[in-house]
Ligand binder design. Structure first.
Ligand code: HSE
Length: 305
């Protein structure tokens, strides 16, 4: 096999209280990539969309991830990637992770699956670093594993898949760009012990809520006292969107990754759609274009087609 086409899903990182350690995969949107194995070391990137992303491998997320993978491949081979991005870069639903994770999963398949998921995550993190200057894996891990993932440690890497009940996700994507590097740059470098205690209580509660199928516990654990108070100022209408979503029946939610997208979790589709309507009503009064959609947490990560 020398050629493969994959779909790589959008993901939500942080999941409110789990900054840099929690994430989940969405059942769409997906980026599409055709990956071809060729002779001769190197990566060639062909963009099949209008985002005008750099094609020089060292400056491209796909390139960064595949160059890291190729360092661990003794044969004289390389890859040509035709990338069709559907997940808008800078949207906050794991656009760079979808590129990085999709590329290494597809390439690995062409190498008879010689690398483990952990190794693929390490390679993909090199791609993520190209995009944001930081090697976080909270979008990459769910993109590769599917479902909800916990990064207990990034060095050494320790990823745990967390079982969760069915959950619907309402996404709001305001058409503004928030650069992950900027959204990380504004964060405080130190937190108080009081806030840390509140935060790790909520992280533990959220994990327990997922594993016990306890929607009420999930709902009361979706609280972030460390990152959200700082980053939410970058998202117009944040407080109102959250308030109206909760009134419409959402379990909770907040900033998706580093924003500007927001996500809300609901128990069922009807509630998720009511939440979408409530969000649209808020955003109609804000002078910014926006998209919304309803999807689910998906147990499947990158898939071959
Ligand atoms: N955990 C990262 C952040 C995700 O919030 O900066 C960015 O996609």
């Amino acid at each position: 096999m020398t050629e493969i086409t994959i779909l790589s899903p959008a993901t939500v990182a942080n999941v409110v209280c789990g900054f840099d350690i929690l994430g989940f995969a969405l059942d769409g949107p997906f980026d599409k990539m055709l990956i071809r194995k060729v002779s001769g070391k190197g990566v060639t990137i062909i963009n099949k969309d209008d985002y005008n992303l750099p094609t020089e491998p060292a400056k491209n997320v796909i390139g960064g991830a595949l160059l890291a993978l190729l360092e661990a491949v003794p044969e004289d081979i390389g890859f040509v990637v035709e990338s069709t991005k559907i997940i808008k870069p800078g949207s906050g639903i794991g656009s760079s992770a979808a590129s990085a994770a999709g590329a290494v999963v597809g390439a690995n398949h062409l190498l008879n699956d010689r690398f483990s998921k952990e190794e693929l995550i390490r390679f993909a993190m090199c791609g993520e670093e190209v995009a944001s200057g930081s090697k976080h894996a909270d979008n990459i891990a769910p993109c590769i594993y599917g479902g909800v993932t916990l990064i207990r440690s990034s060095d050494p890497l320790d990823i745990i898949s967390i079982p969760a009940p069915p959950l619907y996700v309402t996404i709001l994507h305001p058409q503004i760009e928030v650069k992950t590097s900027d959204a990380r740059g504004i964060l405080k470098k130190q937190v108080s012990l009081k806030d840390a205690i509140t935060q790790w209580g909520n992280v533990a509660g959220l994990i327990a809520g997922f594993m016990k199928n306890d929607y009420d516990l999930i709902s009361r654990s979706l609280v972030d006292v460390i990152v959200e108070p700082i980053r939410s100022i970058l998202i117009p209408g944040f407080e109102e969107v959250k308030k109206k979503s909760l009134e419409a029946g959402a379990l909770g939610g907040g900033i998706s990754g580093s924003g500007p997208s927001m996500f809300m979790l609901s128990k069922d589709e009807a509630t998720a759609k009511a939440v979408e309507m409530a969000i649209i009503a808020v955003y109609k009064n804000i002078d910014i274009d926006f998209h919304t959609h309803v999807t689910t947490i998906s147990n499947e990560g990158v898939r071959m087609i």
